[in-house]
Design a binder for this molecule. Structure first.
Ligand code: GLN
Length: 188
């Protein structure tokens, strides 16, 4: 099993640590030729405007979009959730996203007061709560009819899935808890 981690920018190394702890090969992805041998892709947290720009300038946006359309499983966390969303609010006008999951997100939607916080989440399929770190996280404002909600915080979805695309508004890679990565890997 090979799960590539998009490594243009942001919190990619921690994802690689979580995946390798599970015995999964987790190479960095920086060029289009590195996409071919992947079973799945992780799009990490960071800054979605920068990531969108770097994806274009590194000729990666269209190749990844094509592979997602063809069924490549993808896990998007925080900025990665924004990159996967069908609709992005409060983005930059030139920011692009893959539209891999039918949700609307509002960038930095938790506002200044709650810019960064942690919370224990009850996640569908997990026995014990998952400790989640939110950093200038996107707020999920709408989920389409085919989107499964796997966890909520104060009634707002924070972990959602549509077929092969799973996204979190928090950073599951920043705690030493591999359960969400394991759930993703098991779904591949
Ligand atoms: N606010 C960032 C963005 O718009 C996301 C923050 C994060 O990934 N921790 O991309």
């Amino acid at each position: 099993m090979i799960v590539g981690v998009l490594a243009l920018q942001g919190a990619f190394a921690a994802h690689q640590d979580r995946l390798t702890a599970l015995g999964v090969e987790a190479p960095s992805v920086r060029t289009a030729d590195q996409l071919n041998r992947l079973d799945a892709l992780v799009i990490p947290g960071g800054e979605s405007t920068t990531m969108s720009h770097l994806l274009r300038t590194n000729d990666l946006f269209n190749p990844i979009a094509r592979m997602i359309d063809a069924g490549l499983p993808v896990l998007g966390t925080c900025a990665g959730m924004i990159m996967c969303a069908a609709d992005v609010r409060a983005g930059r006008s030139d920011q692009q996203s893959f539209g891999a999951i039918d949700i609307t997100v509002c960038r930095n939607g938790y506002g200044r007061q709650r810019a960064s916080f942690e919370a224990d989440l009850n996640v569908a399929g997990l026995d014990m709560p998952f400790h989640a770190v939110f950093i200038r996280a996107p707020v999920v404002e709408r989920v389409g009819p085919d989107v499964e909600i796997l966890a909520r915080l104060d009634d707002v979805p924070v972990l959602v899935r549509q077929q092969t695309c799973t996204v979190t508004s928090f950073h599951p890679e920043l705690t030493l808890d591999e359960r969400l990565h394991e759930m993703f890997v098991d779904s591949i």
